[in-house]
Design a protein around this ligand. Structure first.
Ligand SMILES: *Cc1c(COP(=O)(O)O)cnc(C)c1O
Ligand SMILES: [Zn+2]
Length: 413
């Protein structure tokens, strides 16, 4: 059933066979999966897709497996929420939230990339998997590996949120905190992958991992009735997701599912780790690595692997990239929760806070259809919030009435 032609270097175009390989031997550029779009266009119909279960695998012809998926069968299919109250609050005509805060099984969009990467790792015959993670990837690799019965080696920076560490260890994986930041962890994983037969989903399996993110984009288009939005705002860590949503929209044009359009891509980062936003603002595609220092730990990648391509997508589509402070991130988490009832993690706070900033700068057209990528769940980053302790009342009606004194008339039966 595979429509994969092979791997191809994103810089020099050199073709490769399908192998657990991520880097071009000619130019050190990243490899990506290349498909036979003409064949897919002939074979695949919207009706066929509509007849399938509401998971990410309904787009399997556009994913890089040879056979049926074996890991993460229930991932994807998250809601696209029309966010009218938030739209009024920030002044946008038509606003949607693609809500991967409720992703199965680990409450972030990383479930999509892991479903593809681990299914592919099995096709390649790996007996062990792993990842370098800023938290959510660790959760998802650990959960999916345990469900598949594959041993996992998960390397994380030693300063991650408690909930993210707990939400990894619970699955019984080998969790290895490393003294250092994500970039140190990632380098170590590359060395390990060079010596041991471990499928590191975002290192040696990176080309396949990235393809899973495309389903976030396919779903947006299908949920809009096979139309593309005018703009998307996407949080960036390594810069992969934003480029893959772009690829997803292009894929759908190539197979004739959507009218050609030019959605603008806006990239969101925290000021404490803004290498991609800084490059966009400086008008360059060359990334200057930074040392991360922000509460948005899931986005704390100082040397983003796909930074060059993320800046390309942002500038070529007429978008922009901004960054926001930690207090702005926290404030935005509250705004999203109080307007739409959606509790996102710090990365989602980054997305919404950057959206507000882009609006105030006049860079995001408010008279358009905008989608915000909400990629993770707020219960995982409670450390970032500080709500004052509530005072208990006595179990008497009078105590409750004292509390609602101002509202009592309105609420009276
Ligand atoms: C990993 C992650 C991202 C961004 O990932 P990329 O490396 O840019 O693809 C965004 N949001 C959350 C919650 C994440 O965990
Ligand atoms: Zn190359």
């Amino acid at each position: 059933m595979s429509y994969v032609k092979g791997l191809k270097c994103r810089i020099c175009g050199t073709p490769y066979q399908v192998d657990p390989l991520a880097i071009c031997e000619e130019c050190f550029g990243p490899l990506e999966v290349d498909y036979d779009y003409d064949a897919i266009k002939v074979k695949l119909t919207k009706e066929e897709i509509a007849s399938r279960p509401g998971t990410m695998w309904r787009y399997k012809e556009l994913l890089p497996l040879d056979g049926e998926p074996t890991v993460g069968l229930h991932s994807g299919g998250t809601p696209l929420v029309k966010a009218d109250r938030l739209a009024r609050a920030i002044g946008v005509r038509e606003l949607y939230i693609k809500n991967d805060a409720v992703s199965h099984p680990t409450l972030s969009f990383k479930d999509r990339v892991v479903a593809v990467a681990l299914s592919k790792a099995r096709e390649f015959g790996f007996d062990a998997v792993g990842c370098a993670s800023t938290g959510n990837l660790a959760n998802s690799v650990a959960a999916n590996a345990s469900a598949a019965g594959i041993p996992a080696y998960i390397l994380i920076p030693d300063n991650l949120e408690r909930s993210k560490v707990l939400g990894t260890r619970i699955f019984g994986a080998n969790v290895v905190p490393v003294r250092g930041n994500y970039d140190d962890v990632n380098r170590l994983c590359s060395e390990i992958a060079g010596r041991y037969r471990i499928a590191f989903v975002n290192v040696n399996l990176r080309p396949f991992y990235g393809e899973g993110s495309k389903t976030f984009g396919y779903e947006i288009a299908e949920q809009l009735g096979w139309q593309l939005p005018d703009a998307v705002v996407v949080p960036m860590a390594g810069g992969s997701l934003i480029t893959k949503i772009h690829k997803a929209f292009k894929d759908l044009e190539k197979i004739g599912f959507v009218e050609p359009a030019e959605p603008r891509f806006f990239g969101a980062q925290a000021t404490g780790c803004n290498p991609i936003a800084a490059a966009v603002k400086a008008g360059t595609r060359d990334i200057t690595p930074v040392k991360p220092d922000t509460i948005a730990k899931s986005l704390a990648i100082g040397n983003p692997a796909d930074g060059y391509f993320a800046t390309g997508v942002i500038t070529e589509t007429g978008g922009w990239s901004e960054d926001v402070s930690d207090p702005e991130i926290v404030e935005a988490i509250h705004v999203l929760a109080e307007t739409e009832g959606i509790f996102t993690e710090t990365a989602g706070g980054v997305t919404l806070a950057v959206t507000r900033k882009l609006i105030s700068q006049g860079r995001l057209n408010t008279n358009s259809r905008v989608v915000l990528a909400i990629t993770g769940n707020g219960l995982k980053t409670q450390d970032a919030l500080s709500l004052v302790d509530l005072q208990p009342i006595e179990p008497h009606l009078s105590a409750f009435e004292k509390l609602i004194a101002g509202e009592a008339k309105k609420l009276a039966a």
